[in-house]
Design a protein. Sequence first.
Length: 74
Amino acid sequence: MRKCPTQTGEINHVDGVYHSQCHSAERTILEEQKFPRCGYCDSDTAWIFMRPTVSAKPPLKTSTALPARRQSKA
């Protein structure tokens, strides 16, 4: 995972929270989105990866099937 700055207009390859160099703003940028201009001054800026985003996807379900109970004879 690269920590070097990414410029406005480049395509993001890693979901994460990024920090802008011009106003120190943090913004979540998802994979395949273009890095935006600064939201404060509307200028081109460099974005630095800070941390990954928390996945909104639910955890995968694992098979926890219990053995079938035997039917009691009445």
